[in-house]
Design a binder for this molecule. Structure first.
Ligand SMILES: [Zn+2]
Length: 193
């Protein structure tokens, strides 16, 4: 199903029921309203992604975490292992998609929901489209590398046959903080050496 929704949490909260109905298609209105009703649940899952992000920092990897949820249950969790595994392919989202596919024994993740602490890059946005994940919730934005609106928006290209329902800015402060703490420490270590 095609959806053009890519909204920041602040935009969602500012939308009244009337403006929602005027500006969006009925199916999108239903999904936005569902999101608002279940905001606590979405935050809970993003907190699980944050827990994953913190594990990455312990390996010297940029703290980015991801979980994939299906029918209200987490079916895959992972974190960035680029440094640990010495490979640019080992992003949190890619590892998480691989785990979810293995668990479901299917490359299609049509009904899956992804929570990721940082805006996905071009590779991960591609994998999200390829695996047809239906909803993507993003914590912090990545101004110089993000491909869900910052540099480009690869998740909502009109001509692709899939576009996930996307909300940005979920637990944005917490997701940004875990990154800034990591980079502050890195700078401190470099400075004292
Ligand atoms: Zn990535």
């Amino acid at each position: 199903m095609k959806s053009g929704i890519n909204l920041h949490l602040d935009e969602v909260e500012a939308l009244s029921s009337d403006s929602l109905k005027k500006s969006y298609k009925p199916d999108d209105v239903r999904r936005i309203e569902e999101f608002k009703e279940n905001a606590d649940m979405h935050e809970r899952f993003m907190k699980e992604a944050l827990k994953q992000a913190k594990k990455a920092a312990k390996n010297g990897d940029v703290p980015i975490g991801c979980v994939i949820v299906m029918d209200g249950e987490i079916i895959a969790r992972s974190y960035n292992k680029r440094n640990k595994l010495r490979s640019s392919l080992e992003h949190a989202e890619i590892i998480c998609i691989r785990k979810a596919c293995k668990k479901l024994n299917d490359w299609r993740l049509d009904n899956a929901v992804m929570y990721v602490t940082l805006e996905p890059c071009q590779m991960c946005a591609g994998a999200i489209i390829q695996s047809r994940i239906s909803e993507v919730y993003i914590g912090a934005m990545s101004g110089k590398a993000g491909c869900v609106g910052s540099v480009v928006d690869l998740l909502h290209v009109e001509k692709f046959n899939h576009a996930p329902f996307t909300i940005r800015g979920l637990l944005e402060d917490e997701c940004s903080e875990v990154l800034s703490v990591f980079f502050d420490l890195l700078r401190l270590e470099k400075g004292t050496k």
